[in-house]
Design a binder for this molecule. Structure first.
Ligand code: SAH
Length: 250
């Protein structure tokens, strides 16, 4: 998969992307990721990327020309992108489903805003969609771009070594993940649930399914408010949990 990030702070994204799962996927060529310095697409001597807002007010706004030129250069050098994403707090809230959808595209460009944001014409005529990582404001699109790239990359085949772990992760099947334990079996008097030490695979699978459902019900009931999307076995266990809860309450 091809990914291009356009930013005025390339180092802010290059470092994190060189590490861990993403770094390895890039080294193996599974991800073809480029970071572009927006200043390279200015035409003036001072390489200016921002200007004051028309109409007055505080702060600076990213100018449209360098962003358009950056995407045009990517188009020529790397081919027509399937999506041009503008990171923006007023975009649609990024979800696991977006990550999965974007991972199926061959080529995604991400534009990082800064200051007060970007000239509106970028949103209207350059971006194909706007994505927000949540209802809060960070000072630039670099961290949001990293969040998006990381979440998307996990769904690209060959990026995460064990594909099963991605399909089991929180949200993948509409549930949170089950609790994880590692050695030691007893730590400061707190024991690991005995079933996990039993070596009994069917029992362990049953415990995990129940744990994932119980956690989801307790921590994110909104995810199971409509159980119709769940696997039939999950629905059964959910029903049991709800019945247990009612018994407990009465
Ligand atoms: N004035 C803008 C905020 C600009 S923050 C507003 O109130 O909407 C500067 C840049 O940081 C934005 O252009 C965007 O690229 C990025 N950014 C900030 N918060 C973000 C969020 N929650 N999701 C995605 N991008 C965000």
């Amino acid at each position: 998969m091809k990914l291009d990030i356009v930013t005025i702070f390339p180092k802010m994204v290059e470092g994190p992307l060189a590490e861990g799962i993403i770094g390895r996927a890039m080294a193996r060529g599974v991800l073809d990721l480029r970071v572009h310095d927006l200043r390279e697409f200015t035409t003036d001597r001072h390489r200016v990327v921002d200007d004051v807002p028309f109409g007055g007010g505080p702060g600076m706004v990213l100018k449209p020309e360098p962003l358009f030129r950056a995407v045009e250069s990517i188009r020529i050098g790397r081919g027509e992108p399937s999506a041009v994403i503008l990171t923006s707090p007023d975009g649609r809230r990024f979800s696991n489903e977006d990550a999965r959808r974007l991972s199926r595209l061959p080529h995604v460009v991400i534009l990082c805003g800064r200051y007060e944001g970007v000239d509106e014409r970028v949103r209207l005529h350059l971006a194909s969609e706007e994505i927000s990582i949540g209802d809060y404001v960070v000072s630039g699109g670099e961290l949001p771009a990293l969040v998006i790239v990381d979440a998307v990359a996990r769904f690209v085949p060959g990026v995460v070594g064990d594909e099963e772990s991605v399909s089991r992760d929180s949200f993948a099947r509409g549930l949170l993940d089950y609790a994880q334990y590692t050695r030691p079996a007893e730590f400061r008097g707190w024991r690991v649930p005995p079933v996990l030490l039993s070596g009994h695979h069917a029992e362990i699978a049953r415990w995990r399914r129940r744990d994932a459902l119980a956690r989801t019900l307790a921590l994110r009931p909104d995810l199971v408010a409509d159980p119709s999307g769940l696997e039939p076995e999950d629905r059964e266990v959910l029903q049991e949990l709800l019945e247990d809860r009612e018994k407990g309450a009465s």
